[in-house]
Design a protein. Structure first.
Length: 703
């Protein structure tokens, strides 16, 4: 009733007149998660069940839901409303006396956020995974978000696999209409194409000529624009192929050809250290890329087909949008040019079709993205790691899915994944657990009066410590600043009371943080470690509260100045440096935490050239005292590329000239049972920042 060419159709299925209860062998249906297809299936089941429409079917039914976080979740604001596909899946399950629902997804958090108590008289229970949740560990050779966006972005230096798109706005703006023209290609896209063709050639020379090699171009959700892009790319690739045919065999003289000279420059930038050398690459390139093709992949032109001669791998540049975001495998994906700006957690993770296995060519992979998208990916990759760790802890404790849900929903990182669940309008009261948590002011007000108030709060903190004998002379010099021990909690509380928070800084609302601290001020959080940051940088030293310190340098999301907001590190949302939570931890405990992490991740910590980067959370778990970090930050002046991307350049007048104050807190695990505090989130403002998606009822119908 279904096959590789056709989805479920009621008229086709109806040619088989047997009633469902009479089948003696398993019936397997593979269908799209599309509400029209599901409606056809439901109608056919009702018409062919032995008891008719009012009777349930006796045979057992297993429903396997791939990409279970997409379309299956009820994302309506009101519990009285149910999205079509969610209702149809529940309807399908309830047609059988015995039914089992198993969901698979790489981003399970939306499923965990399903209300386990939601019930509809007709559709029964919602799709909360109440019996089990199993997290599958990625193998060490998996090329995923952690490797690319956490390990692959060093604190100093350039990213390993990532490249920045900064030249698109005049040619192909991030936000464009359906009638957008594509008169030329951005230079970064041409660079990505050249890198792809070189990578294809190197893979052939490494013995991978029989393997498919693909490039992804995801730059627009409109099929018309995708078609225009495809045509321009086809012309550009054709020009390179022509140059290689005419001049590719001329050795050094080939560099007189402008196209080949561009290829050589790209090779020097991207693959100079990769084997083999340029002369061998050039000699083999025409044969390697002569059959390269550019295809459009969407609802009107599904041009992706890897069938053909088994001994020759295809070389494909796939141009598309939603079709390239979910459920579609690009064989041998090596290079990506990605110009989408969604900030929705699970959509963004699913758009990352570059995750997978890259045996023998991982070093050749490249991803071009806007800097904001890279920062945001890094931010949510870290949040995802935190939440997956929470799942592992719950699994190890043999906890129930309901416990899972409680733990994940109360994790600080949960705010990044709940937006898609459309939590409603107005104000939302959310319980967040601050035990074993990290809180930092990644978003700071840029209003001069509030900056001055925060500066004064820092001065009072430093002077208050000095009055207790905790001034500069009493501090230990550590990497990143000066550490003071046994600072009384009331000084931290007074600072937080005086702090002026920006409305978009949801997790640094002083009220909930102070409430959590006050509940533990007589025991667990009575005394604190305090780090006053002081680093060597190009900024002038800054005098504050009797201290002279070197400010940390941070770039910001300059467009956010329009909201009087300093977004530290852009969308990456970090004010602190990696490794800060190790400060103040007993050295023996720190080494034990590192050894446990290496064992859990199956990593070798003895290789000096490949020393692992330890996540800060492992030190938080073994802290004896909480850590408060007082950040003194000099905002970097924008680079030319930052200025070019600003639509309203007047917002740069709001850049603060002198250093600004920020803070971060590392809270160790609490032994007290009530570790959750109430945050009040303005959901209208939340969706303004993080966006919202259209209802998923039309999912899988493509762009």
């Amino acid at each position: 009733m279904t096959n590789t060419l056709a989805d479920f159709r009621k008229d086709t299925a109806s040619t088989n007149t047997s009633q469902i209860d009479s089948y003696k062998v398993p019936v397997v249906l593979v269908i799209k998660k599309n509400h029209n297809t599901l409606r056809n299936l439901l109608d056919w089941l009702r018409e062919n069940s032995a008891g008719g429409d009012d009777q349930m079917i006796d045979q057992p039914m297993l429903l396997i839901d791939d990409e279970a976080d997409n379309a299956s979740i009820n994302t309506k604001y009101s519990k009285d409303e149910i999205t079509k596909i969610n209702g149809q899946i529940r309807d399908l399950l309830n047609m059988f006396h015995r039914s089992c629902y198993v969901g698979y997804t790489a981003t399970p958090f939306a499923n965990i956020f399903v209300d386990p108590d939601q019930y509809d008289e007709a559709l029964k229970e919602d799709l909360f995974p109440k019996h089990f949740i199993v997290g599958l560990d990625a193998p060490s050779n998996y090329f995923g978000a952690k490797k690319i966006f956490i390990d692959g972005i060093p604190d100093d230096g350039d990213p390993v696999w990532l490249r920045y798109i900064t030249d698109n706005e005049d040619v192909l703006p991030m936000k464009h209409r359906i009638d957008q023209t594509v008169d030329e290609l951005p230079e970064s896209l041409k660079e990505a194409v050249r890198a792809f063709l070189i990578a294809r050639t190197i893979r052939n020379l490494r013995g991978q000529a029989s393997k498919h090699c693909s490039m992804l171009v995801n730059a627009s959700r409109f099929t018309d624009v995708q078609g225009l892009l495809r045509n321009r790319l086809h012309q550009y690739v054709g020009g390179i192929q022509d140059s290689l045919r005419v001049n590719g065999a001329r050795g050094d003289a080939a560099l007189r050809d402008a196209m080949i000279a561009d290829l050589h420059e790209t090779w020097e930038r991207e693959y100079f250290d990769a084997e083999p050398d340029w002369s061998k690459v050039l000699a083999a390139m025409l044969e390697a890329v002569a059959a390269a093709k550019v295809v459009e992949v969407n609802s009107r032109a599904n041009g992706l087909d890897y069938t053909g001669e088994s001994n020759v791998g295809q070389t494909v540049i796939a141009v598309g949008g939603f079709s390239l975001s979910r459920g579609l495998t690009l064989e041998g994906l090596t290079v990506t040019w990605f110009l989408r700006n969604t900030m929705m957690y699970d959509t963004l993770m699913q758009m990352g079709r570059w995750f997978g296995y890259r045996g023998g060519y991982e070093d050749l992979c490249r991803i071009w993205m806007p800097s904001d998208a890279i920062d945001w990916y890094a931010h949510i990759a870290e949040a995802s790691e935190e939440l997956h760790l929470e799942l592992k802890k719950m699994e190890k404790a043999k906890a129930t899915p309901s416990d899972f849900g409680l733990a994940v929903r109360s994790h600080p990182a949960s705010l990044l994944v709940t937006a898609r669940n459309k939590m409603g309008s107005g104000q939302k009261h959310i319980l967040i657990g601050l035990s074993n948590a990290w809180v930092e002011t990644a978003k700071i007000t840029a209003k001069p009066k509030e900056l001055a108030a925060n500066h004064e709060a820092a001065v009072r903190l430093l002077e208050g410590m000095a009055a207790r004998g905790l001034g500069p002379a009493a501090a230990d010099k550590v990497n990143g600043g000066h550490l003071l021990k046994d600072v009384p909690v009331e000084l931290i509380d007074q600072f937080l009371l005086a702090w002026r928070n920006h409305e978009q800084a949801f997790l640094t609302q002083p009220g909930p943080v102070r409430g959590y601290i006050r509940d533990r001020q007589d025991d667990e959080l009575k005394e604190w470690d305090v780090l006053v940051t002081d680093v060597k940088s190009e900024a002038d030293n800054f005098d504050i509260g009797g201290w002279t310190v070197g400010p940390q340098m941070r770039r910001i999301g300059y467009a956010d100045l329009g909201d009087h907001l300093l977004s530290m590190s852009g969308k990456r949302a970090r004010i602190a440096s990696r490794g800060v939570e190790r400060i103040g931890v007993d050295e023996e405990k720190a080494k034990q935490a590192e050894a446990a992490y290496l064992a859990a991740e199956k990593l070798d910590g003895t290789d000096e050239e490949k020393r692992p980067s330890f996540p800060d959370r492992i030190y938080r778990q073994v802290r004896d005292k909480p850590l408060f970090v007082l950040h003194v930050v000099q905002v970097r002046q924008p680079e030319e590329k930052d200025i070019d991307q600003l639509r309203d350049k007047s917002v740069l007048d709001r850049l603060p000239e002198r250093p600004v104050i920020g803070w971060s807190i590392s809270l160790p695990p609490s032994a007290k049972p009530n570790d959750r505090v109430e945050y009040i989130i303005n959901m209208v403002k939340f969706r303004e920042i993080y966006g919202s998606e259209e209802d998923d009822d039309g999912a899988y119908e493509d762009d």
